[in-house]
Each structure stands twice: as C-alpha cells, then as structure tokens.
Write a protein that binds this ligand. Structure first.
Ligand SMILES: CC(=O)N[C@@H]1[C@@H](O)[C@H](O)[C@@H](COP(=O)(O)O)O[C@@H]1O
Length: 316
C-alpha cells in the first residue's frame, strides 16, 4: 500500500533532488499550454514538499513538439527566480527508445525513432544548454553516435526503454553510457528468466547509476529491495517520475496528449489500463515508503533521494 500523505519522514536539510519529474501539483510539463503561472505553481508545490531541485522531464513525442515544450520551459524558467532555482535542467526521455511492445512502455510508439545526431542537436538547442540527462535505447543508437555526442558535452546518457544485449550494453558504456532509467519498468511483463535487461544492468551496476521508481506500484517492494541490494545502494537513486497528479488525489489527469487515471492507491494507469504512466507520488511519500516497506534507515533514504542524485547533478 502506498502512503499518500506525508508522515514522519524528515525532509533532508538540503532538500530532495528528483531527476525525473514530468509534472507536479496539477501542472503537466509535457502540455502545450504551460503558462508562467502554472510552472511557478508547480515549483511552489515542489518547494513546499521539500524538493530542492528537479530535472523537468520531457518524454517522447514528435521532435518538433518536444522541442517546443523544452523551449517553452527554458524560456519561462529564465523569467522566474523560483523556477530557475528548482528546475536544475532537463531530462529528455526519448524519442530514441526501443519501439517494441513492453520496452516502449507508455511512450507513443509512432513518435519513437532511431537515434540520430541532427534531431538530438535540435532538442539540445531547444533546451538552451539545460539538458542534463538523455534517456535512449543503446541498441537504437547506431554506432553509438548520439551517446558519444552527449557524453562529449558532459550530458549524462541513460539507457531506458531498451533491450541491448550485454555486448551492446558494454559497448554503450565504453561510448559514454553512465546511467539506467527506472530499472524494472519500460520492459515487458514477461522476459527470459535469466537473460533479460534487468539482470544485464544489475551485472554492470559498478559502471552505471541506476534510477528506480519507489511508489510500490511500478516495482513491488521485495523486487525493489533486491535491486538496491544487488546494485549497491551507492549506485542507486530514487525518482518519482511524477506526473501532474503528484500530490493530488485520485482522478483523471493529462500527460501530454494522453489521459491518465489515478486510483485510490495512487496507481497511475493509461485510460485503457494497459500500462502505468508516470507516478502520482511525491518525494516525502517516497521517503516514508522506503522506510516503511524496505526498512531503510533515515540516512540510506536521504542518500537515495537527496545525496546521490545531487552528486549526479553536480557531475553532469
Ligand atoms: C511518465 C511515464 O510514462 N513514465 C514511465 C513510463 O515511461 C513507463 O512506460 C511506465 C510503465 O512501465 P512498465 O509498464 O514497463 O512497468 O513507467 C513509467 O510510468
């Protein structure tokens, strides 16, 4: 069961750092009509929840729409002191991901495409130098050209929504891959019992930062605990992957063009209930859940939700 209210967890002194936030407090960062007021409101709510910094996350759409959304947030951020403080930059998730069912997850399949540097540069330009993480599928980045291009600019390249072989994963790491996005999600419900993306990534955890969604819905608690233990807590960090529903109750919300249904337990379903779409959780709820369900001590929770993501931000 998810904690939907703030309980006893102490907010870290320097604040939570959330590297994957698609929206918050009723505001959708992937919407086309984002206003200065709504961006400010989302940042106020994040600050009220003890979040010091986020990466605003723009997910797969056609490159033109993604660019417009990045540009809009970059412009509004530049005009708003609080937004400039809270939004440390962007996490661009897609469109260069694996289009196969399961791996594509909640992303619109028709907008997914192989990685190429021209479109990547267009997105980076729209983001006005604020891109800090790009999630892509290594096996959809021919010659790892985009991975190298990003790594050379000190932008963190993260595998996600992908199924590289171990050889491809190793080659991508050599080219600059440094992270993996929401391990355990963005992959099919059924996979080979030994040779699968989760096992491959865990076997390379000494070389990758590993992001995890800790809402109790995306990854069941026993599996989440196993992933953290296997990778080593020092390699892991927690994201909310929050959408506009974050911090609000059950109901119907938007993520870009799509409708998301939020249940009473906080689970965020696509309208047809075929898959999850982001999370309605907040960092304070995550912190309580990690203590309650995984029995993690306060300092371990702070490491996962504040210190490690802060360290990653400082490096990219
Ligand atoms: C904003 C958003 O959509 N975030 C991801 C999504 O990309 C992924 O597809 C989904 C389901 O993953 P799963 O069905 O593989 O568990 O997890 C998260 O909700």
């Amino acid at each position: 069961m998810i904690v939907n209210r703030m309980e006893s967890s102490e907010t870290p002194a320097a604040g939570y750092v959330d590297l994957q936030v698609n929206g918050y407090g009723g505001v959708d960062f992937n919407g086309d009509d984002l206003s200065a007021e709504s961006l400010h409101l989302a940042c106020e709510r994040l600050a009220a929840d003890g979040v010091a910094q986020i990466l605003a996350t723009i997910i797969t759409a056609d490159v033109h729409s993604m660019s417009r959304r990045l540009q809009r947030i970059a412009t509004l951020r530049g005009q708003d002191e609080l937004a400039a403080k809270i939004i440390a930059g962007f996490h661009i998730e897609g469109p260069f991901i694996n289009e196969q069912p399961g791996y594509v997850g909640a992303h619109p399949r028709d907008a997914v495409r192989p990685a190429e540097t021209t479109s990547m540069q267009r997105l980076l330009d729209a983001a006005e130098g604020l891109t800090r993480i790009v999630t892509l599928a290594p096996e959809r980045d021919p010659g790892f050209h985009v991975t190298r291009m990003l790594a050379e600019q000190n932008i963190c390249v993260s595998g996600g929504h992908c199924d590289p072989s171990l050889d491809q994963l190793d080659a991508a790491i050599d080219a600059g891959l440094a992270m993996f996005t929401h391990l355990g999600n963005g992959c099919p419900l059924s996979m080979h019992r030994h040779d699968n993306i989760i096992q491959r990534v865990l076997s390379r955890s000494s070389k990758l930062w590993i992001g995890l969604i800790a809402d109790g819905v995306h990854v069941p608690w026993p599996a989440l605990g196993n992933y953290i233990r296997s990778a080593g807590i020092e390699r892991c960090f927690i994201v909310t992957d929050a959408i506009s529903a974050a911090g609000l109750g059950p109901g119907r919300y938007q993520l870009g063009q799509r409708e998301v249904v939020v249940d009473h337990d906080g689970a965020t379903w696509a309208a047809d209930r075929s898959h999850l779409v982001g999370s309605s959780g907040t960092m304070p709820q995550v912190a309580v859940n990690l203590q309650r369900h995984l029995g993690l001590p306060h300092d371990a929770v702070m490491r996962l939700t504040a210190a490690t993501p802060q360290r990653i931000l400082a490096a990219c």
